[in-house]
Ligand binder design. Structure first.
Ligand code: NAP
Ligand code: HSE
Length: 436
């Protein structure tokens, strides 16, 4: 049986998981791949660090030991970041090596360049682990659902923020408290900016949108807003109104125009995504032939992510043993426009602190009416003497109109503070029914 030599770039959480799963399931992996898969060299920053791997595997801090080794046919990149990962992957592809990567940061910004390099060298570039950790979603979109025109891909694609929002809801705690807890437990990274600001999810939805709509969507095309502004009060009001707050990644196409965004959203409690909790991810896909399909599982973590990496590895090994190449070509053959956020229509939840006297609500309502913002429901709660809190849900309105109305409302003397503005998303059928 042929032995396929593999170079691993990175041996942290995911890299160690890849080694462990390859070892544990060696027999069935070898049989499925039709070849013995052998990691011969591993690139790390610090070769003296203590690691939980066999001492027989060669560690190196020189990338060229792997990239220039003619015996290595597949490179797995699990280092992360743009530089130097981009340079190493490009070099591997140009040297005729197929690549498996989990690197969404790189793909969401430089995907085009990487795919062109893979195509020129007639090798494969696979990236199932880059979105949704262990959840199969890239393969299903590229292969199993290829016969569909995909209208919508949306979901919970960041585990850290889902964990935080779930805890805030269940324990009635504030964002900063739960974030500190999540860091202590190792769920959130020491620098959690990319997760909580929605940037990690923005990269993932850019990758999914590109595949779903056959048109390149990059990280910079995605409007993103994070969860740091969500308070326990917003979660409480959401609950009273029949909603759950989730950080959603959403991509949709209508008449050849794409909208793609990441932000916290009220979703009705009967929406399947409302019940995806803790670090779990779920991705919902709507296609013209398949209808609705949903993918659920662990969106991060050592073994789930390794599972996706090894699935890609086996696919490439199968191709190498059969002499097939360049199977995972880029499918961005169209050039669709991306709608700016100001043009997007959605419903909104607004929470305002106002002075509690006659005419205040009427004033606010008239500002909204002038900007063509129609109000669906209002709840008013007295906070203390002369101060009240107003919670409004609007009907669907263009973002630009809502922002215009808000800037006038903020200037009203009776409005003490606009505490929060959160988008409200409808049900799966896109009918606009909103669970109120
Ligand atoms: P990690 O634990 O930080 O490991 C990174 C590894 O890469 C380390 O072994 C490090 O070496 C090595 N490395 C980093 N920069 C290097 C450089 N310039 N030269 C040589 N070696 C370098 O990262 P991870 O969590 O495994 O994530 C890896 C990739 O998978 C990232 O793209 C990430 O976004 C993606 N991903 C991760 C998860 C997850 O759950 N962790 C899920 C999905 C996707 P040292 O060990 O010597 O420091
Ligand atoms: N930090 C990501 C998350 C995992 O919390 O979902 C890596 O993609």
């Amino acid at each position: 049986m042929k032995t396929i030599k593999i170079g691993l770039l990175g041996c942290g959480t995911v890299g160690t998981g890849v080694i462990q799963v390859l070892e544990k399931n060696r027999h069935s992996i070898t049989t499925k791949a039709g070849a013995i898969l052998e990691i011969t060299k591993i690139l790390v920053r610090d070769i003296n660090k203590k690691r939980d791997i066999s001492e027989k595997i060669n560690l190196t801090s020189n990338p060229n030991d792997i990239l220039d080794d003619p015996e290595i046919e597949i490179v797995i990149e699990v280092m992360g970041g743009i530089d130097p990962a981009k340079e190493y992957i490009l070099k591997a592809l140009r040297q005729g090596k197929s690549v498996v990567t989990a690197n969404k940061d790189l793909l969401a910004t430089h995907g085009k360049e990487l795919f062109e390099a893979a195509s020129e060298s007639r090798v494969d570039l696979r990236f199932e682990a880059s979105v949704g950790g262990g959840i199969p979603i890239i393969g299903p979109l590229k292969d199993s659902l290829a016969g569909n025109e995909i209208q919508k891909v949306m979901g919970i694609i960041n585990g850290t923020t889902n964990y935080i929002l779930t805890k805030m809801k269940n324990e009635n705690s504030e964002f900063s408290q739960v974030l500190a807890q999540a860091q202590k437990l190792g769920y959130a990274e020491a620098d959690p900016t990319s997760d909580i600001e929605g940037l990690d999810a923005a990269r993932k939805i850019a990758i999914l949108a590109s595949i779903a709509f056959n048109s390149r969507v990059t990280f910079s095309d995605v409007f993103s807003e994070g969860i740091a502004k969500i308070t326990s009060k917003d979660i409480m009001y959401a609950n009273e109104l029949g909603y759950t707050i989730k950080l959603l990644g959403m991509a949709q196409q209508e008449n050849g125009v794409i909208q793609v965004r990441v932000h916290p959203a009220f979703i009705p409690n009967n929406h399947p995504l409302a019940n995806v909790n803790d670090v779990y991810n779920a991705i919902y896909v709507q296609g013209d032939a398949v209808g609705d399909a949903m993918f659920f599982g662990q969106g991060a973590g050592q073994l789930p992510t390794a599972s996706a990496v090894i699935g890609d590895l086996i696919e490439i090994a199968k191709d190498l043993t059969k002499g097939v190449c360049d199977k995972t070509y880029c499918t961005c053959f169209e050039h669709k426009k991306v709608k700016p956020i100001s043009e997007i229509k959605t419903k909104y939840y607004l929470r305002l602190t106002v002075t509690d006297r006659p005419g205040v609500l009427a004033n606010i309502a008239s500002v909204f009416a002038n900007q063509e913002v129609s109000i669906a429901s209002v709840v008013q709660k007295r906070k203390c003497d002369q101060v009240a809190e107003i919670v409004l849900i609007t009907h669907e309105v263009k973002e630009a109109n809502l922002q215009d109305a808000l800037s006038i409302i903020k200037s009203l003397s009776s409005v003490i503070k606009v505490n929060n503005v959160i988008r409200v998303e409808g049900l799966l059928d896109g009918s606009g029914s909103d669970g109120e």
